[in-house]
Design a protein around this ligand. Structure first.
Ligand SMILES: Cc1cc2nc3c(=O)[nH]c(=O)nc-3n(C[C@H](O)[C@H](O)[C@H](O)COP(=O)(O)OP(=O)(O)OC[C@H]3O[C@@H](n4cnc5c(N)ncnc54)[C@H](O)[C@@H]3O)c2cc1C
Length: 134
């Protein structure tokens, strides 16, 4: 849906919940998710600087923490294998593929979202998805 419609729905939901946001202004901010690598010679990138945010959900705190720890270990031990970092990269790649599918779905995007919502009523699927995201 259009951003304006999303905003309108959000305000409707806020008033239904009885939440007063006062004079707070809605703002957006870009998320860096274009990961190209963590190591460039003796330069290391972590978190959003490395493009490790999620383009799908906008989350990036866990990726920032994991990549920071992993890069520190890589600097201390050049033979260190950053498995936690690789798993964050894999997870982000899956999310980006999913986002691409939604993008390419065009007019069917809403249908896919509705289907996902329907599937999420199933406890088994809901648990699997929730585990994957946490
Ligand atoms: C509105 C919004 C909501 C979000 N909500 C969530 C959420 O619910 N869950 C989630 O997981 N993620 C969320 N994120 C994403 C998350 O905040 C970021 O992915 C995460 O903070 C990235 O951490 P970082 O350490 O890589 O970068 P940052 O948190 O951006 O830290 C980089 C720091 O470096 C400093 N800096 C920059 N340049 C220099 C310089 N030259 N010298 C010294 N310091 C410098 C900056 O001031 C900043 O403090 C949200 C982001 C936004 C914008």
């Amino acid at each position: 849906m259009k951003a304006s419609k999303l905003r309108e729905n959000f305000h409707t939901w806020l008033s239904l919940q009885g939440i007063d946001t006062g004079d707070a202004v809605l703002e957006s901010s870009p998320i860096s998710y274009d990961y190209r690598g963590s190591r460039f010679g003796n330069i290391f990138l972590v978190g959003e600087a490395a493009g490790l945010g999620s383009g799908l959900s906008g989350e990036g705190i866990n990726q920032a923490l994991v990549s920071g720890q992993e890069v520190a270990r890589m600097i201390m031990d050049p033979t260190y294998k950053p498995e936690a970092l690789n798993s964050v990269i894999r997870f982000n790649a899956i999310q980006n593929k999913f986002m691409r599918v939604l993008y390419l779905a065009g007019i069917f995007r809403g249908l896919i979202i509705e289907l996902i919502l329907l599937l999420m009523n199933n406890k088994y699927i809901r648990t699997r998805v929730s585990n994957a995201f946490s």
